[in-house]
Ligand binder design. Structure first.
Ligand SMILES: NC(=O)c1ccc[n+]([C@@H]2O[C@H](COP(=O)([O-])OP(=O)(O)OC[C@H]3O[C@@H](n4cnc5c(N)ncnc54)[C@H](OP(=O)(O)O)[C@@H]3O)[C@@H](O)[C@H]2O)c1
Length: 249
Protein backbone atom coordinates (compact mmCIF):
# COMPACT_ATOMS: atom_id res chain seq x y z
CA UNK A 1 0.00 0.00 0.00
CA UNK A 2 1.67 3.19 -1.05
CA UNK A 3 0.79 6.51 0.55
CA UNK A 4 3.54 8.37 -1.28
CA UNK A 5 3.12 12.12 -0.77
CA UNK A 6 -0.23 11.70 0.95
CA UNK A 7 -0.66 14.04 3.92
CA UNK A 8 -1.99 12.11 6.91
CA UNK A 9 -3.02 13.66 10.23
CA UNK A 10 -2.95 11.17 13.12
CA UNK A 11 -4.27 12.34 16.49
CA UNK A 12 -2.95 10.50 19.52
CA UNK A 13 0.27 9.81 17.64
CA UNK A 14 2.40 9.78 20.78
CA UNK A 15 1.32 6.35 21.96
CA UNK A 16 -0.21 2.96 21.20
CA UNK A 17 -2.39 2.65 18.09
CA UNK A 18 -1.71 6.18 16.83
CA UNK A 19 2.05 5.74 17.22
CA UNK A 20 1.97 2.50 15.21
CA UNK A 21 -0.20 4.04 12.52
CA UNK A 22 2.14 7.05 12.23
CA UNK A 23 5.18 4.82 11.81
CA UNK A 24 3.42 2.61 9.24
CA UNK A 25 2.06 5.53 7.19
CA UNK A 26 5.53 7.05 7.21
CA UNK A 27 7.10 3.77 6.01
CA UNK A 28 4.63 3.80 3.12
CA UNK A 29 5.76 7.25 2.00
CA UNK A 30 3.16 9.47 3.68
CA UNK A 31 3.89 12.90 5.08
CA UNK A 32 2.62 12.36 8.61
CA UNK A 33 1.29 15.03 10.95
CA UNK A 34 1.66 13.67 14.46
CA UNK A 35 -0.61 15.16 17.12
CA UNK A 36 -0.36 14.58 20.87
CA UNK A 37 0.42 16.31 24.15
CA UNK A 38 3.31 14.34 25.65
CA UNK A 39 6.47 15.81 24.14
CA UNK A 40 8.80 12.99 25.22
CA UNK A 41 6.56 10.31 23.76
CA UNK A 42 5.96 12.32 20.58
CA UNK A 43 9.71 12.71 20.05
CA UNK A 44 10.33 9.00 20.53
CA UNK A 45 7.72 8.11 17.88
CA UNK A 46 8.81 10.92 15.55
CA UNK A 47 12.32 9.46 15.53
CA UNK A 48 10.86 6.37 13.84
CA UNK A 49 9.09 8.42 11.14
CA UNK A 50 10.53 10.21 8.14
CA UNK A 51 10.33 14.02 8.57
CA UNK A 52 6.96 14.17 10.31
CA UNK A 53 5.29 17.41 11.31
CA UNK A 54 4.96 17.08 15.08
CA UNK A 55 2.23 19.21 16.66
CA UNK A 56 1.93 19.36 20.41
CA UNK A 57 -1.75 20.10 20.94
CA UNK A 58 -4.74 19.32 23.10
CA UNK A 59 -7.39 18.34 20.57
CA UNK A 60 -10.16 19.31 23.01
CA UNK A 61 -8.97 22.92 22.89
CA UNK A 62 -10.62 24.71 19.96
CA UNK A 63 -7.64 26.98 19.25
CA UNK A 64 -5.32 23.97 19.25
CA UNK A 65 -7.63 22.12 16.85
CA UNK A 66 -7.63 25.07 14.44
CA UNK A 67 -3.87 25.30 14.77
CA UNK A 68 -3.46 21.59 13.82
CA UNK A 69 -5.24 22.17 10.51
CA UNK A 70 -3.59 25.55 9.86
CA UNK A 71 -0.07 24.24 10.54
CA UNK A 72 -0.71 21.23 8.29
CA UNK A 73 -1.87 23.39 5.40
CA UNK A 74 0.97 25.87 5.91
CA UNK A 75 3.57 23.08 5.79
CA UNK A 76 2.09 20.64 3.25
CA UNK A 77 -0.69 22.56 1.45
CA UNK A 78 -3.17 19.67 1.55
CA UNK A 79 -4.83 16.99 3.70
CA UNK A 80 -5.50 13.50 2.28
CA UNK A 81 -6.32 11.44 5.37
CA UNK A 82 -7.54 12.29 8.88
CA UNK A 83 -7.21 9.60 11.55
CA UNK A 84 -9.28 10.62 14.59
CA UNK A 85 -7.56 8.22 16.97
CA UNK A 86 -6.88 10.15 20.21
CA UNK A 87 -9.07 8.93 23.03
CA UNK A 88 -9.18 8.17 26.72
CA UNK A 89 -11.30 7.09 29.63
CA UNK A 90 -11.23 7.81 33.34
CA UNK A 91 -12.80 6.94 36.66
CA UNK A 92 -16.21 8.23 37.73
CA UNK A 93 -17.68 7.61 34.30
CA UNK A 94 -20.77 5.83 35.61
CA UNK A 95 -24.32 6.94 36.27
CA UNK A 96 -23.91 6.46 40.05
CA UNK A 97 -20.71 8.49 40.30
CA UNK A 98 -20.88 11.61 42.49
CA UNK A 99 -19.26 13.81 39.92
CA UNK A 100 -20.28 12.04 36.72
CA UNK A 101 -20.55 15.20 34.60
CA UNK A 102 -16.92 16.15 35.14
CA UNK A 103 -15.85 12.85 33.63
CA UNK A 104 -18.62 13.13 30.99
CA UNK A 105 -17.33 16.50 29.78
CA UNK A 106 -13.69 15.40 29.69
CA UNK A 107 -14.40 12.14 27.87
CA UNK A 108 -16.94 13.56 25.42
CA UNK A 109 -14.74 16.59 24.66
CA UNK A 110 -11.79 14.40 23.70
CA UNK A 111 -13.41 11.25 22.29
CA UNK A 112 -16.28 12.89 20.40
CA UNK A 113 -16.31 16.70 20.24
CA UNK A 114 -12.67 16.98 19.15
CA UNK A 115 -13.21 14.40 16.38
CA UNK A 116 -16.28 16.31 15.20
CA UNK A 117 -14.40 19.62 15.30
CA UNK A 118 -11.30 18.35 13.48
CA UNK A 119 -13.49 16.70 10.86
CA UNK A 120 -15.39 19.96 10.36
CA UNK A 121 -12.11 21.87 9.95
CA UNK A 122 -10.46 19.27 7.69
CA UNK A 123 -13.48 18.51 5.46
CA UNK A 124 -12.94 21.33 2.90
CA UNK A 125 -9.35 20.12 2.36
CA UNK A 126 -10.36 16.45 2.19
CA UNK A 127 -12.92 17.34 -0.47
CA UNK A 128 -10.14 18.91 -2.58
CA UNK A 129 -8.04 15.71 -2.44
CA UNK A 130 -10.98 13.24 -2.47
CA UNK A 131 -9.46 11.97 0.75
CA UNK A 132 -10.87 9.96 3.61
CA UNK A 133 -11.31 9.74 7.37
CA UNK A 134 -10.75 6.84 9.75
CA UNK A 135 -12.25 7.23 13.23
CA UNK A 136 -11.00 4.98 16.00
CA UNK A 137 -13.90 3.84 18.14
CA UNK A 138 -14.08 0.67 20.25
CA UNK A 139 -16.28 -2.37 20.61
CA UNK A 140 -17.41 -0.42 23.69
CA UNK A 141 -19.53 1.56 21.24
CA UNK A 142 -21.47 -1.58 20.31
CA UNK A 143 -21.57 -3.88 23.34
CA UNK A 144 -23.11 -3.57 26.81
CA UNK A 145 -20.47 -2.71 29.43
CA UNK A 146 -18.63 -5.11 31.69
CA UNK A 147 -19.56 -4.06 35.19
CA UNK A 148 -20.22 -0.45 36.13
CA UNK A 149 -18.54 2.94 35.91
CA UNK A 150 -17.68 3.15 32.19
CA UNK A 151 -20.90 4.59 30.80
CA UNK A 152 -19.30 7.85 29.63
CA UNK A 153 -16.68 6.01 27.58
CA UNK A 154 -19.21 3.63 26.05
CA UNK A 155 -21.56 6.38 24.96
CA UNK A 156 -18.71 8.49 23.57
CA UNK A 157 -17.76 5.61 21.27
CA UNK A 158 -21.37 4.84 20.30
CA UNK A 159 -21.77 8.49 19.30
CA UNK A 160 -18.52 8.38 17.33
CA UNK A 161 -19.90 5.39 15.40
CA UNK A 162 -23.03 7.28 14.42
CA UNK A 163 -21.05 10.43 13.67
CA UNK A 164 -19.13 8.30 11.16
CA UNK A 165 -22.35 7.25 9.42
CA UNK A 166 -23.62 10.85 9.30
CA UNK A 167 -20.30 12.10 7.95
CA UNK A 168 -20.08 9.34 5.35
CA UNK A 169 -23.53 10.35 4.13
CA UNK A 170 -22.68 14.06 3.96
CA UNK A 171 -19.28 13.66 2.36
CA UNK A 172 -19.92 10.86 -0.14
CA UNK A 173 -21.29 13.27 -2.79
CA UNK A 174 -17.93 15.06 -2.52
CA UNK A 175 -15.92 11.87 -3.03
CA UNK A 176 -14.76 11.58 0.59
CA UNK A 177 -15.01 8.24 2.43
CA UNK A 178 -15.50 8.02 6.21
CA UNK A 179 -15.13 4.81 8.22
CA UNK A 180 -14.79 3.72 11.80
CA UNK A 181 -12.66 0.99 13.31
CA UNK A 182 -13.66 -0.74 16.55
CA UNK A 183 -10.81 -2.48 18.33
CA UNK A 184 -11.20 -4.90 21.19
CA UNK A 185 -8.40 -5.03 23.77
CA UNK A 186 -5.06 -3.74 22.45
CA UNK A 187 -1.87 -3.65 24.51
CA UNK A 188 -1.13 0.10 24.83
CA UNK A 189 -0.75 2.69 27.60
CA UNK A 190 -4.55 3.17 27.57
CA UNK A 191 -5.20 1.24 30.79
CA UNK A 192 -2.37 2.95 32.71
CA UNK A 193 -3.56 6.36 31.52
CA UNK A 194 -7.07 5.50 32.73
CA UNK A 195 -5.71 4.32 36.11
CA UNK A 196 -7.87 1.26 35.54
CA UNK A 197 -8.32 -1.38 38.20
CA UNK A 198 -7.75 -4.20 35.68
CA UNK A 199 -4.81 -5.12 33.43
CA UNK A 200 -4.42 -6.51 29.89
CA UNK A 201 -4.01 -9.97 31.42
CA UNK A 202 -7.68 -9.84 32.40
CA UNK A 203 -8.76 -9.73 28.74
CA UNK A 204 -7.58 -12.81 26.79
CA UNK A 205 -10.17 -15.02 28.48
CA UNK A 206 -12.89 -12.60 27.36
CA UNK A 207 -12.03 -13.16 23.67
CA UNK A 208 -12.67 -16.14 21.40
CA UNK A 209 -9.05 -16.21 20.28
CA UNK A 210 -7.80 -15.94 23.87
CA UNK A 211 -5.49 -13.01 23.15
CA UNK A 212 -5.01 -9.26 23.28
CA UNK A 213 -4.00 -7.42 20.08
CA UNK A 214 -0.82 -5.47 19.46
CA UNK A 215 -1.20 -1.87 18.17
CA UNK A 216 0.31 -2.83 14.77
CA UNK A 217 -2.68 -5.11 14.08
CA UNK A 218 -5.05 -2.15 14.40
CA UNK A 219 -2.71 0.13 12.44
CA UNK A 220 -2.74 -2.42 9.57
CA UNK A 221 -6.49 -2.04 9.35
CA UNK A 222 -6.29 1.77 9.54
CA UNK A 223 -3.94 1.76 6.55
CA UNK A 224 -6.25 -0.58 4.64
CA UNK A 225 -9.30 1.64 5.25
CA UNK A 226 -7.33 4.76 4.31
CA UNK A 227 -6.01 3.17 1.09
CA UNK A 228 -7.50 2.91 -2.39
CA UNK A 229 -7.97 -0.82 -1.75
CA UNK A 230 -10.97 0.26 0.35
CA UNK A 231 -12.35 2.58 -2.33
CA UNK A 232 -15.79 0.95 -2.10
CA UNK A 233 -15.91 1.17 1.70
CA UNK A 234 -17.64 4.07 3.42
CA UNK A 235 -19.82 4.38 6.51
CA UNK A 236 -18.56 0.99 7.68
CA UNK A 237 -17.62 -0.10 11.17
CA UNK A 238 -14.69 -2.54 11.04
CA UNK A 239 -14.36 -4.69 14.16
CA UNK A 240 -10.92 -6.04 15.12
CA UNK A 241 -11.41 -7.68 18.52
CA UNK A 242 -10.21 -11.30 18.61
CA UNK A 243 -13.85 -12.33 18.63
CA UNK A 244 -14.64 -10.57 21.91
CA UNK A 245 -18.01 -9.23 20.74
CA UNK A 246 -19.42 -12.67 19.92
CA UNK A 247 -17.95 -14.67 22.82
CA UNK A 248 -20.85 -15.99 24.90
CA UNK A 249 -19.20 -16.84 28.23
N1 LIG B 1 -6.13 -0.08 23.84
C1 LIG B 1 -7.34 -0.60 23.71
O1 LIG B 1 -7.62 -1.71 24.23
C2 LIG B 1 -8.40 0.10 22.91
C3 LIG B 1 -9.56 -0.62 22.62
C4 LIG B 1 -10.56 -0.01 21.87
C5 LIG B 1 -10.40 1.29 21.44
N2 LIG B 1 -9.27 1.98 21.75
C6 LIG B 1 -9.16 3.37 21.25
O2 LIG B 1 -7.96 3.53 20.54
C7 LIG B 1 -7.55 4.89 20.57
C8 LIG B 1 -6.08 4.96 20.91
O3 LIG B 1 -5.89 4.46 22.22
P1 LIG B 1 -4.59 3.64 22.66
O4 LIG B 1 -5.02 2.32 23.10
O5 LIG B 1 -3.51 3.75 21.66
O6 LIG B 1 -4.25 4.45 24.01
P2 LIG B 1 -3.00 5.29 24.51
O7 LIG B 1 -1.75 4.50 24.34
O8 LIG B 1 -3.37 5.77 25.85
O9 LIG B 1 -2.96 6.51 23.48
C9 LIG B 1 -3.93 7.51 23.51
C10 LIG B 1 -3.45 8.67 22.65
O10 LIG B 1 -4.44 9.69 22.67
C11 LIG B 1 -3.78 10.93 22.90
N3 LIG B 1 -4.67 11.89 23.53
C12 LIG B 1 -5.55 11.68 24.55
N4 LIG B 1 -6.15 12.83 24.86
C13 LIG B 1 -5.65 13.78 24.03
C14 LIG B 1 -5.89 15.17 23.88
N5 LIG B 1 -6.75 15.85 24.66
N6 LIG B 1 -5.20 15.85 22.92
C15 LIG B 1 -4.31 15.20 22.14
N7 LIG B 1 -4.05 13.88 22.24
C16 LIG B 1 -4.71 13.19 23.18
C17 LIG B 1 -2.60 10.57 23.78
O11 LIG B 1 -1.63 11.56 23.62
P3 LIG B 1 -0.86 12.30 24.84
O12 LIG B 1 -0.75 11.34 25.95
O13 LIG B 1 0.44 12.68 24.21
O14 LIG B 1 -1.72 13.46 25.12
C18 LIG B 1 -2.15 9.26 23.15
O15 LIG B 1 -1.31 9.51 22.05
C19 LIG B 1 -8.46 5.58 21.60
O16 LIG B 1 -9.47 6.30 20.93
C20 LIG B 1 -9.10 4.41 22.36
O17 LIG B 1 -10.36 4.72 22.87
C21 LIG B 1 -8.26 1.42 22.47
Amino acid sequence: MSFKNKVVIVTGASSGIGASASIMFSKEGARVVMVGRNETKLSAVAAKCSSPLVIRADIANDDDARSIINQTIKKFGQIDILVNNAGMTMENGGILANDMMKSYDTIMNINLRAAVHLTNLAAPYLIKTKGNIVNISSIAGIMPPFGVGMTNYYISKAALNHFTVCCATELAPHGVRVNVLSPGPVRTDFMDNAKAAFTWDDFPSKTLLNRVSEPEEIADMILYLASDKAKSVTGSNYVNDNGMLIKKT
